[in-house]
Design a protein around this ligand. Structure first.
Ligand code: IMP
Ligand code: MG
Length: 203
């Protein structure tokens, strides 16, 4: 029977971008002139990031809707994802019988009750583990983590966010608020930087 023995897809990994994914040619999209020559290819176009974020908002609403939450944005890289995610949560709240009342903060610790941490990318997972450790001291009722990207790493310590936008190869990526030495936050698409770009913006 077709499909009966196949495993169900693991939606917890988000959209899986495999290691052999060549990306999209930069010339098929628009991007700022000052980054011409500095990028290798588009890994995830901006429109797909926004569409995936819309679905994550729906999943979050299903799990933790109808309550009051504190959205904790991990600056600086998380600001675009956080802003778009909050916008989608607001839309669902307005246009369905589900609601969520939100406050937004930018990593400043005080006593929070229900916390949704919004992060740009989990690489080794060390940053998120340290952050969770410091937030747990305040004994919140609930902590959930949403990360736009999770890198597939050979020696991952296994930290898994509750909500994942995309699982990506272990590459350094920029754009959509992710930076290389503070550059490329003004790029919409998530792209892979090339050697020329690394050299140009090296500190
Ligand atoms: P981790 O502690 O290795 O999980 O790294 C997480 C932090 O490093 C993220 O919050 C980012 O600020 C930064 N980071 C890791 N990988 C990238 C990348 O590919 N592009 C931009 N920033 C990154
Ligand atoms: Mg970050």
């Amino acid at each position: 029977m077709a499909g009966s023995s196949e495993e169900a897809p693991d939606y917890g990994r988000g959209v899986v971008i495999t290691d052999d994914w060549p990306g999209y040619d930069l010339n098929l999209f628009t991007y700022p002139q000052h980054y011409y020559g500095d990028l290798e290819y588009v890994l995830i176009p901006h429109g797909i990031v926004v569409d995936r974020t819309e679905r994550l908002a729906k999943d979050i609403m299903k799990d933790i809707g109808n309550c009051d939450i504190m959205v904790l944005c991990v600056l600086k890289g998380g600001y675009k994802f956080c802003a778009d995610l909050v916008e989608h949560l607001k839309n669902i709240s307005r246009n369905s019988d589900q609601f969520v009342s939100m406050k937004v903060d930018f990593i400043r610790l005080k006593s929070y009750k229900n916390v949704l941490i919004v992060e740009d990318v989990v690489g080794t997972g060390r940053t998120m583990k340290a952050l969770l450790g410091s937030i747990e001291k305040y004994k919140p009722n609930m902590i959930k983590v949403a990360s736009l990207l999770v890198k597939r790493r050979p020696r991952s310590d296994g930290f898994r966010p509750d909500y994942v936008g995309f699982e990506i190869p272990d590459l350094f990526v920029v754009g959509y608020a992710l930076d290389y030495n503070e550059y490329f936050r003004d790029l919409n698409h998530i792209c892979v930087i090339n050697e020329h770009g690394k050299e140009k913006y090296r500190v």
